[in-house]
Design a protein around this ligand. Structure first.
Ligand code: GAL
Length: 919
């Protein structure tokens, strides 16, 4: 098997559209014979990846190739899988058929009934081979190499997962049928009319019943009159057929137009914003084999979170995906299967993107990408690939694409000069830089600007990746969205990324564990960088997605004491389809809101009954989908109970004077604490602070993970027990002093006034400023009045609202694959922490609020454990009452915590009422 060529595969048919045809199709999916490296024959399901079926192991790398950079040669250690299927074929396939492979990683040699048909290159691209099947006993043999020359072009940040992992079909190609159809349905926003440009491989009859079109076409332009346009907000599709006597092709036409007008991205004549996500295909057990049902569920989950765009990072998805995005309504940036990022490690030397010998391979990839999906309304941008450096082969791809399909825009991020693309695109640009890019086009070009520069300044800007959603985060969403809303040039972007790629392994003990890079014994890998999604591999919503849904919401609702201001942030529709509900306590009702066209803000009065401590207004679509909400609060300060007596000293530890018992509940604390179990973002250096170590390291260097606390004094002052404690990192002389004044309010209740004062010169900001307590018994739940229902951090606090909430014990943390700080509930005014041993109720006095974190694990344990499934609870409950917290940022890939969300050393005070209720 020849695996070291720079060209495309050989012997397959020219690429064409995926057609929904009346011609028969026979799925060849199922159980195939299989052997690895010429071992024993066994069986395997198709589609699947052999490394997830017990043959070898998966491996994860981000940038670096797991083999030598010696193009086009694959390594000698190259697993080879042989597949064999014997099948019968009905009569229908005997006057013309093709074998169709939708995905084989990474290179295959196909034999049919003993004859070599050809080879494939392009793991996520469709290849078809002409065959003449017999009635019975056809033998299809596919030899697959895990690595090949193609692997140099497929260095995406993901698992290496070889095998036949997408559908295999036998498709009839009847004589006199249609080999290909290319239909572009254009919408003219000026006249409201549609035009269909249709090219068919043979003369055919076009019918669009709803538009009364019935005519002959071949290479034709058909004016169809007034149409309802397609958009993500109005995914209107018209059923059409193109037929000959031998075959009928069904199309779903969406009339729409995407264009660049003066550096603004417009769709159907309206300026638009991509509120998008990057989507890899991933299933925790099956890898890149994702069923149509799972795909639909995933897209519906995106819709529910106000996502309107998907970049298919970094390859064309399984073909059925586009049927769903047409139907449900998404802008799709469809990306070619191309990435050569590993060449960055050698200064881009020999990068295939700039080597003419690879040109035909590049062009073949782009043609296969474009042809297959060219009839989908949702595909609005073609992307040449990801992180493949720069070079003439990329330019050739762009030139071919532009000539073939001028109806869509061309995207490629890595060439910042942007000479052959229609969008200026970047990834992880900081807020400041995005702002400069937004402003750039508002002033004349500088004197002497090059033609390339002038071209770039005419382009709308997108962030094809931003807000890296790894672990607890991403912070900074609000500030990006503000910029996108402020500058017309900024057309939004795509969060990195939708889904975490953890692989689930069920052990002999029956326990299912989530694995990441290195867990399969890889000697080169990038650890948990593969788990960086808005949803877990099981599609559980991470807090970042809840926050994102707020900033992506197509309505902004601001509630004041007497009015509600609503801004329509849709691109195409008015507010007529939404119901606006208000609620306060048990009262509630529906507001009458004018329809308001896109971009307009309307103001309506709030009924006088809406007068509780918090009033919530929600915009609801389809009876239950909350699109957006706003809230007004007017909390009265919480009064101070009259102190009764001095607390008994017996309630305190005689040496440390830490509280040991309250109303029969044993406890330990409170103790000042400044650290958090580092998040993924804390473990990487922020791009905005080049040269500085990550916060996790700065914190350990300062020693705030191991504060030592000494009792300075204890005595009676003004009827209270006053204790002063000094907390200092080991071997350091800076720290914080905390003064506690205790009053007994009742046998079960203590009033605590806290004053915290930093001392000395602090070399680093704090992670939080908290009072930590350890309670006996395992956590049993939390009830609180504050923001909820989910967790929040200062820069990740959208999508939560004030109310009274309850969380079960297992809802108090987020099970990130690699353990880290999580679960804080913010804006808390009262909270009751329940454990198996009793309850502790905390009331914040005055106007203050705290954040409450309740965990079955200590921070030290969380920080030193590498997988969620390895966390072992010790039967106690760790409670933090935080007076302040640092934001989370996105330093894992991008800027760190923005200055306004950092927590420099600072004094603080708070008054709390602690009430115990032992079980
Ligand atoms: C980008 C890349 C993505 C992913 C991301 C980090 O550079 O395009 O594929 O690696 O960084 O998670």
């Amino acid at each position: 098997m020849e695996l070291a060529r720079k060209g495309p595969g050989e012997g397959s048919l020219p690429p064409r559209a995926r057609l929904n045809s009346s011609a028969p199709r026979q799925s060849l999916n199922g159980t195939w014979e299989f052997r690895l490296d010429e071992g024993e024959w066994t069986t395997i399901p198709v589609p699947s990846h052999w490394v997830l079926e017990g043959h070898g192991k998966p491996a994860y790398t981000n940038v670096r190739y797991p083999f030598a950079i010696d193009p086009p040669h694959p390594p000698d250690e190259n697993p080879i899988g042989d597949y064999r299927l014997t099948f019968d074929a009905a009569e229908d396939f005997r006057d013309g058929a093709v074998l169709r492979f939708d995905g084989i990683e990474s290179a295959a040699e196909i034999r049919f009934n003993g004859q070599l048909l050809g080879t494939t290159r392009g793991s996520r691209l469709t290849h078809e081979f002409a065959v003449e099947p017999r009635a019975t006993g056809n033998v299809l043999e596919v030899r697959v190499a895990q690595f090949s020359d193609a692997s140099y072009l497929e260095d995406q940040d993901m698992w290496w997962l070889p095998g036949i992992f997408r559908d295999v079909d036998l498709v009839a190609t009847p004589a006199g049928g249609l080999r290909d159809v290319f239909a572009v349905a254009d919408f003219d926003p000026g006249s409201g009319t549609g035009t269909l440009t249709v090219r068919t491989s043979a003369q055919a009859r076009l019918r669009i019943p709803e538009l009364a079109v019935d005519q002959t076409v071949h290479d034709s332009v058909v004016a169809v009159g007034t149409v309802q346009p397609w958009s993500p907000e109005t995914p209107r599709l018209y059923a059409a057929t193109v037929s000959t006597d031998a075959e009928e092709i069904s199309l779903r036409l969406g009339f729409r137009r995407i264009e660049v007008c003066g550096a603004v991205l417009e769709f159907n004549g309206n300026p638009i914003q991509f509120r998008g996500v990057n989507r890899h295909e991933h299933h925790p057990e099956r890898g890149r084999v994702v069923s149509p049902e799972d795909t639909r569920a995933e897209l519906e989950l995106m819709k529910r979170h106000n996502v309107n765009a998907v970049r298919t990072s970094h390859y064309p998805p399984a073909p059925g995906f586009l049927d769903l995005t047409d139907e449900l309504g998404f802008y799709v940036v469809l990306e070619c299967d191309l990435e050569t990022h590993g060449f960055v490690e050698v200064g881009w030397r020999d990068n295939p993107s700039d080597d003419p010998e690879w040109e035909s391979a590049y062009l073949d990839r782009m043609r296969r990408t474009v042809h297959r999906d060219k009839n989908h309304a949702s595909v609005v941008v073609w992307s040449l690939g990801n992180e493949a450096g720069t070079g003439t082969n990329l330019e050739a791809m762009a030139a071919w694409t532009r000539a073939f399909d001028p109806s869509r825009l061309i995207h490629y991020e890595h060439d910042w000069a942007s000479t052959y693309v229609d969008l200026y695109s970047r990834m992880y640009a900081s807020h400041d830089e995005v702002e400069r890019i937004g402003e750039e086009v508002l002033s004349p070009a500088p004197f002497g600007a090059t033609p390339a520069e002038l071209h770039r300044r005419e382009l709308p800007f997108i962030q094809c990746e931003y807000a890296h959603a790894m672990g607890n985060g991403p912070g900074g969403l609000e500030e990006y969205q503000d910029l996108f809303d402020r500058y017309p040039r900024l057309a939004g972007g795509f969060i990195w990324e939708w889904v975490e790629h953890a692989l689930a392994v069920t052990g002999s003990d029956g326990k299912r564990r989530m694995y990441y890079g290195g867990d399969f014994g890889e000697d080169i890998h990038d650890g948990n960088f593969v788990t960086d999604g808005l949803v877990s591999a099981d599609r559980e919503v991470r807090p970042g997605l809840t926050a994102l849904a707020h900033w992506f919401s197509p309505v902004r609702i601001e509630v004041t004491a007497s009015t509600v201001r609503i801004r329509n942030r849709y691109d195409h529709v008015d507010l007529g389809h939404l119901t606006f509900r208000w609620r306060t306590g048990d009262a509630g009702g529906v507001l009458s809101v004018p329809r308001a066209t896109p971009g307009r803000t309307v103001e309506v009065p709030l009924p006088p009954e809406a007068s509780g401590p918090w009033v919530t207004v929600e915009a609801v679509a389809d009876a239950e989908h909350v699109i957006g909400s706003g809230q007004f609060t007017r909390f009265a300060p919480t009064g101070r109970p009259a102190p009764t007596t001095l607390p008994t000293r017996e309630a305190f530890d005689p040496v440390s004077m830490r509280l040991r018992t309250l109303g029969g509940l044993t406890l330990d604390g409170p103790l000042v604490s400044l650290w958090r179990a580092p998040t993924d973002n804390d473990r990487y250096p922020g791009w905005d602070e080049p040269g500085l170590p990550p916060y996790a390291e700065r914190w350990t260097e300062a020693g705030i993970d191991r504060l030592r606390t000494r009792l300075v004094s204890a005595g009676e002052v003004d009827g209270a027990l006053r204790t002063v404690h000094r907390s200092t990192p080991p071997g350091r002389d800076f720290g914080v002093d905390s003064e506690f004044r205790w009053h007994q309010v009742s046998p079960d209740a203590l009033l605590l006034d806290v004053v915290v004062t930093p001392r000395g010169v602090w070399p680093v900001e704090w992670a939080r400023l908290g009072l930590d307590l350890v309670l006996p018994g395992a956590p049993a739940g939390l009830d609180w009045l504050g923001l909820g229902p989910g967790p929040a951090y200062p820069d990740l606090a959208a999508g939560v609202r004030y109310g009274t909430f309850h969380a079960e014990a297992d809802e108090l943390y987020t099970p990130y694959v690699r353990p880290q700080e999580s679960g804080a509930r913010r804006g808390v005014r009262t909270a009751t922490v329940a454990t198996s041993a009793g309850e502790l109720r905390v009331t914040v006095l005055g106007d203050d609020e705290i954040a409450v974190t309740v965990s079955p694990w200590s921070r030290a344990l969380i920080a030193s454990t590498l997988h969620h499934h390895d966390l072992v609870a010790d039967g106690r409950t760790y409670v933090s009452l935080d007076l302040a917290q640092s934001g989370v940022g996105t330093a894992a890939c991008g800027p760190g915590v923005l200055p306004r969300y950092r927590l420099p050393a600072r004094p603080a005070r708070i008054s709390l009422l602690l009430e115990a209720n032992p079980a």
